[in-house]
Design a protein around this ligand. Sequence first.
Ligand SMILES: Cc1cc2nc3c(=O)[nH]c(=O)nc-3n(C[C@H](O)[C@H](O)[C@H](O)COP(=O)(O)O)c2cc1C
Length: 166
Amino acid sequence: MNERIDATAFKRVMRRFPTGVTIVTSLREGSPRGVTVSAFASVSLEPPTVLICINRAARSYLYISASKIFCVNVLAAGQRALAERFAAKLGENQFEGVAYSIDASGAPVLEGCLAHLDCAVSEEHHVGSHSIFIGRVLSGKARAGEPLGYLGGAFYDVAIEVSDKA
Ligand SMILES: Cc1cc2nc3c(=O)[nH]c(=O)nc-3n(C[C@H](O)[C@H](O)[C@H](O)COP(=O)(O)O)c2cc1C
């Protein structure tokens, strides 16, 4: 089978698909790490399971792969600076001035996020440049508020409030 799409055309298509924005955190030998991720999806309800896709060239990859834990932090409107921070190739001081707590796995739960899911890796699949991590959900929490979105290569505040009843 011939490949009929190049990387530029592939990205052009994906930029037209609106997503939310998450920061996936992990903890390895007492040291926290996080990465901005839009490739996050629900997989199964019973048992509660999600997936994330992580570039194996990203520093976070080694943390998640070795520790087998990760926390998906769903960003709220107004948190684009945090998204940019965790998409930058920062060295040691990634969490400097970033407030966080800890839930079930030990991975950072970032303050001010709309929701989080704390997970244990149950499977890892290598696919091209990335790995799909399947995560069994250990715990999670959500609050009312507006999410951060990503479309056309840019962040935007979604002006739709998700109520506490949702
Ligand atoms: C909106 C947005 C979404 C992103 N989604 C992903 C993703 O799903 N998976 C991934 O591996 N990288 C994703 N990235 C890229 C990483 O955040 C970026 O490569 C980061 O610098 C990796 O950092 P590290 O090498 O220090 O771990 C995304 C970046 C942005 C801005």
